[in-house]
Write a protein that binds this ligand. Structure first.
Ligand code: BES
Ligand code: MN
Ligand code: MN
Length: 462
């Protein structure tokens, strides 16, 4: 197989500029004000898939945002790789913490990205990583090296829970039939430490509302005599963890699959530097569940975190008031074999049970998803391993991630397909945060590595 290196070198400016064009579109799926932009991003992806060599591309309408489907079928007897990614992005706020506007991409060097990184919302999650696959396809078709069939399914609702994807899968089983699903929407340990993501956490996301008196009250006239919903909510949230940072919801840990000592020892072999971790976040100490390491806490253990909390007066100066309502958004990251619907129910029941008299509590579930773990002896894992060996000169390390891509478990259930997660982002790339970026080296290395996966996967399928 010819090296992709020279093709990438010759075309790298164009590869970057095309990605920059896509990053300029504010395709924020969570905010209805950006509906037009989300649609515009889907149209750009369609056009780029056509140019890259897909022989059939269509925009598939769903009850939500469209899914871009593309394919190039070489021969029915060859294996089929289905590429999944998303063209929608997270909201960019807080805007004032960005050093440059989130939808005006700029290239800057950083310590970890000496060759430069593209700063923009979606650069790493997931436009940049998704677009590596489009460019890898371009390379393979333009040089007549596509060894198998390929299908693309790029959605626009990943950041809001992929509500339409199940609907789409049910109606398009035949069209989406494949031998493996290939996804770049995760990370790797470090530029010189390639890794393959072998686990994703599940999720239960809920919103809570605590209501006290029927109106906002003067905090002098009524303070101390009625339940203050904000005080109560703070107390209830604090009670969700004990002094060892275990979650106190009865039954929460019942189905958690504990890892063996051998599995934990294996995990601990992956390079991790606590001092560098603390330094990068500017924190004096890490914090979490007693009895587990940082890497365990953020991958193999379930967690509960408040993502947002509000209520009362937050404007300029002071206003003496007891608000009638207080709110919070809470995410629970789950691990095998926790069932997110069950966990949502356990949470709801428990949270209501710890409310004092004098307030009422409403819990609204948002979305959820099932955790996923892949074996490391499967054909797709071995093909990915060989692909990284070819371009990094190193065997990648299997790594369980703390993030969630709920559709991965759904793919397995609906399409009986396994996914392989070849991520090229770094944890420090600030996805979902201000100043999200994606290393140019990582982008190009991804484009170089992906065709190797096609090659080895096709070889091994024979
Ligand atoms: N790409 C991320 C998930 C991710 C990032 C997994 C890094 C592993 C490593 C994805 O876009 C995402 O943000 N997922 C959400 C869940 C979704 C249901 C909104 C998440 O993990 O918060
Ligand atoms: Mn993503
Ligand atoms: Mn995301």
């Amino acid at each position: 197989m010819n090296s992709a290196k020279s093709y990438i070198e010759e075309n790298k400016d164009r590869f970057l500029n095309e990605l920059i064009d896509l990053l300029k579109i504010p395709s924020i799926s969570a905010d209805p004000a950006y509906k037009k932009d989300v649609i515009a991003a889907s149209e750009m992806v369609k056009k780029r898939l056509q140019e890259a060599g897909c022989t059939h591309v269509e925009i598939c309408e769903t009850p939500g945002f469209p899914i871009v489907y593309g394919e190039k079928i070489m021969d029915k007897n060859l294996p089929t790789i289905l590429v999944y990614g998303h063209y929608d992005v997270q909201p960019p706020d807080p805007l004032d913490l960005w050093n440059s506007p989130p939808f005006e991409p700029v290239i800057k060097k950083t310590e970890i990205h000496p060759q430069g990184a593209i700063f923009a919302r979606g650069s790493c999650d997931d436009k940049g990583q998704m677009y590596m696959h489009v460019k890898a396809l371009e390379y393979m078709t333009k040089t007549n090296q596509l060894p198998c069939n390929v299908k693309f399914m790029i959605e626009g609702e990943e950041e809001v829970g992929s509500a339409s994807l199940g609907w789409f899968l049910e109606r398009n089983r035949e069209k989406l039939a494949n031998d493996v699903i290939l996804i770049s929407d995760t990370g790797m340990i470090a530029p010189d430490v390639p890794s393959i993501t072998t686990g994703l956490r599940g999720l239960s996301y809920v919103e809570v509302e605590v209501t006290g008196p029927n109106r906002d009250l003067h905090s002098g006239l009524y303070g101390g005599a009625v339940a203050n919903p904000i005080n109560v909510l703070a107390k209830m949230i604090a009670a969700l963890h004990d002094e060892n940072n275990h979650i106190t919801i009865p039954g929460f840990y019942d189905n958690v699959l504990e890892l063996s000592a051998a599995e934990r020892a294996k995990m601990a072999e992956a390079p991790f530097h606590l001092d560098a971790y603390k330094k990068a976040l500017d924190i004096e100490a890490v914090y979490g569940e007693k009895g587990y390491t940082t890497n365990e806490r953020n991958s193999i253990r379930p967690t509960l975190d408040v993502n947002g909390i509000w209520g009362g007066y937050t404007g300029e100066g002071a206003k003496t008031v007891i608000a009638a309502k207080a709110y919070a958004k809470i995410s629970m990251r789950l691990v095998p074999d926790q069932n997110w619907k069950e966990i949502t129910e356990l949470f709801t029941k428990h949270f209501k049970s710890i409310a004092p008299k004098g307030v009422t509590v409403k819990v609204t579930p948002h979305h959820g998803g099932t955790a996923y773990v892949t074996p490391i002896n499967s054909m797709e894992y071995r093909a990915a391993e060989k692909a990284y060996e070819a371009t990094f000169g190193k065997t990648p390390i299997p790594q369980r991630s703390g993030g969630s891509i709920p559709i991965v478990a759904l793919f397995e259930k609906e399409l009986q397909s396994k996914s392989i997660l070849m991520g090229f982002g770094l944890d420090s790339d600030a996805i979902h945060s201000p100043n999200e970026h994606f290393g140019i080296w990582n982008y190009l290395k991804g484009i170089e590595t992906i065709p190797q996966f096609y090659h080895y996967f096709t070889e091994m399928s024979k």
